[in-house]
Design a protein around this ligand. Structure first.
Ligand SMILES: [Zn+2]
Length: 590
């Protein structure tokens, strides 16, 4: 059940111009009847992101992201539909009616707020324990890591006891039932043994969400136990791949970049040394979700991963994910030290600041890492490396200018004769090797969803719907032949129904409203695609007429075949055949 009535949603939508709203986030240029800009949802160098004031929709021809003004905020700001409506209502000065939550909604909201409460209660408990006799070992650990009391306070550090049920007992005393405790991420309820803690004998790091609420914990074992580091499991309030340690503090930084590191201690040490822009992903490799979170705050990131082999691998994995989200990154060299914590302890904050200033361009870093895999004393291996470097330049950079700049930098940094490198790059171009269009290094999975395998059939149906919306006059030509029944089941048919109904009643098609008939993100994207299929470069009227007739024929034939296969009754099949024959003889003139 939607939270606000259709009327209210419609009012908010119609009073929030999509061009105004998106302009706050994306630099748009007018071209013809549309606006174009660089897509905020994939990394590109030419603007394939379009916003249509007529349709009140956006659509990216590069990655297929699209929808109306609500979809944009949901995607860009990671909001729910309800939050997007509230945000835009606020901006448009519309007062939203208070509505009673349904029982389920209230249950769910209650549960979330209780999970927040429990995690907060646990943080207070651990915090106190650290500052008591029971916390001596953990306190020694933090002190040895040279953390000040202020820092420990700022990050809310704490510790558990040595017993495996002390938090459980504490929370029970506070009145929490097993029913909710089993879902908070901190307690295991076992039928035989009863409740016990997931964390014991550990130094504890609360994990805050971007608004400063404790959503989970990380714990480092005291002594030699395994695993050394342990995180809360995912819960209704903790999504690992969207949570960054330190973000709550870093989002207030004055610096324009974030420093991305590997662990809690790195983040805390950096903040203590004055780098209040440090964050870390939590015990997992960087995900697209993390990159999306980062993108909400900064455009540039410095990677400060461990300088060992594992850290280098992690950096090489992170670079394309960041680039793909439209974040450019540079790599901080921490040698001879392993991580930022160790570096700062030995060389100090000023020296680290210098390393930031000298951070390496991520592409040059990738080439340098590539070089380590070749034996440069062997002439054959050496030329293999040089060829691979050339190939990477070609694959990464689509424009001549960038290629030339990088050819020069790579040649001088890696001692490759510049002319030879340039010649080889031209040779590769001749062999048809080109930059992956705009998207740089797309992860494999995303590539699949970007260009959905699309049979010609769906294409024809999309084309017709876009056409009807952009040139409603043709409705009279087509309505005797094609009806919404001829469209694919599901989103296509529903959308066609809406379009035909509006045109039948001589109303403009409210494309942005149609998007809101669907709540699933994938469906909303499909609707955007349905209204943004280009007719191509046809301008001549007779070409257009021909194309329209072919489109109608394809849709009708397909629909008939489908009806035959699914055993439609004879009468409607005969009707369909007759319509098809009339259509074949038809001379459409536009
Ligand atoms: Zn895009």
């Amino acid at each position: 059940m939607p939270y606000y009535s259709d009327d209210i949603v419609e009012e908010v939508r119609s009073r929030s111009d999509i061009v105004d709203v998106i302009s706050r986030y994306v630099n748009l240029q007018k071209k013809g009847s549309q606006y174009f800009g660089l897509c905020p949802f994939h990394n590109e160098k030419t603007g394939s992101f379009s916003v249509s004031p007529q349709k009140q929709m956006f659509y990216c021809f590069g990655c297929g992201e699209g929808g109306n003004v609500f979809s944009f905020l949901m995607k860009y700001e990671n909001m729910t539909f309800k939050e997007a409506v509230e945000e835009l209502a606020g901006k448009a000065g519309i007062t939203l009616p208070q509505r009673e939550m349904t029982y389920q909604e209230r249950q769910r909201a209650d549960k979330r707020s209780r999970l927040f409460e429990i995690n907060k209660e646990a943080a207070a408990y651990y915090y106190k324990l650290l500052r008591s006799d029971a916390g001596k070992q953990a306190m020694d650990y933090f002190t040895k890591r040279e953390l000040t009391l202020d820092t420990m306070h700022k990050f809310g550090l704490g510790c558990t006891s040595k017993y495996s049920d002390s938090l459980y007992k504490h929370l029970r005393e506070k009145g929490y039932e097993d029913e909710i405790l089993k879902d908070c991420g901190l307690i295991t309820i076992d039928e035989k043994r009863g409740g016990h803690d997931k964390f014991w004998n550990r130094a504890m790091f609360p994990i805050f969400d971007a608004n400063g609420k404790v959503v989970a914990f990380g714990g480092r074992v005291m002594g030699d136990g395994e695993p050394k580091y342990l995180n809360s499991p995912e819960t209704e309030i903790f999504n690992k791949s969207k949570t960054l340690f330190g973000l709550y503090f870093a989002r207030k930084t004055r610096r324009e970049q974030f420093i991305l590191c590997e662990g809690y201690m790195d983040v805390i040490a950096l903040h203590q040394a004055g780098f209040d822009n440090a964050v870390a992903s939590l015990g997992t490799a960087l995900t697209e979700g993390h990159a999306g979170m980062l993108k909400r705050y900064v455009k540039d990131v410095y990677l400060s991963y461990d300088s060992d082999g594992a850290g280098q691998k992690a950096a090489l994995r992170a670079i394309p994910i960041l680039k793909n989200a439209g974040i450019s990154c540079r790599i901080i060299n921490m040698k001879p030290y392993k991580d930022p914590d160790e570096f700062i302890k030995n060389l100090g904050a000023e020296e680290y600041e210098k390393r930031i200033q000298n951070a390496e361009n991520s592409f040059m870093y990738q080439i340098r890492m590539l070089q380590t895999r070749y034996d440069m004393t062997d002439p054959e291996k050496k030329s293999d490396f040089q060829k691979e470097a050339a190939r990477m330049i070609v694959m990464e950079f689509p424009t001549q200018l960038e290629r030339e700049n990088y050819t020069e930098s790579v040649a001088s940094a890696f001692n490759i004769p510049k002319d030879a490198l340039a010649k080889y790059i031209i040779e590769l171009g001749r062999q048809g090797i080109t930059a992956k269009k705009d998207t740089g290094h797309q992860p494999q999975e995303q590539k699949k969803t970007m260009k959905p395998r699309d049979d010609g059939m769906k294409m024809s149906q999309r084309l017709l719907l876009t056409w009807l919306v952009e040139t409603p006059e043709i409705y009279l030509n087509i309505s005797p032949y094609v009806t919404p029944e001829d469209f694919e089941e599901g989103v296509y048919k529903i959308v066609a129904g809406e379009v035909f109904k509006a045109l039948e009643e001589h109303q403009p098609v409210d494309t942005a409203r149609i998007v809101d008939l669907f709540m699933e993100e994938e469906d909303r994207k499909t609707v955007a695609a349905l209204f943004n299929t280009t007719v191509g470069e046809l301008t001549d009227n007779s070409d257009l007429s021909k194309a329209l007739k072919e489109t109608l024929l394809r849709i009708k034939k397909n629909s008939l075949e489908h009806a035959q296969k699914s055993g439609a009754d004879l009468k409607s099949l005969v009707e369909g055949k007759k319509t098809l024959q009339r259509l074949e003889r038809l001379n459409i003139s536009l």
